[in-house]
Design a protein. Structure first.
Length: 99
């Protein structure tokens, strides 16, 4: 049997991942922003003590999307929905400071 050598790249952070994928600076910034929003949403869902159904009622977002975010899977969830989910937990988000 022939041995096949696998070729892969290890990315340890968003900057390395962006470089490996050949993303533009703006796409890289958006990827990091969405990852940060997802992490905040997961944290606030847990901290709020609210059930998925309670967050669905407060946010008006589909249960499947809220469940996906709670489990850290936000590929199909836009940034605006992440913000709505975070707000539904009672958390206020401060706008980012200009560089």
């Amino acid at each position: 049997m022939k041995s096949v050598k696998k070729n892969y790249t290890i990315a340890r952070n968003s900057k390395e991942l962006s470089a490996a994928l050949g993303l533009s600076d703006s796409d890289s910034a958006l990827m990091k922003y969405k990852a940060d929003l997802t992490a905040l949403a997961v944290k606030q869902i847990e901290a709020s003590g609210l059930t998925v159904n309670e967050i669905v009622k407060r946010s008006g977002i589909a249960r499947s999307k809220v469940s996906a975010v709670k489990n850290g899977a936000s590929v199909s969830v836009s940034c605006d929905l992440l913000v709505k989910i975070i707000a539904a937990t009672g958390t206020e988000i401060a706008p980012p400071k200009a560089a």
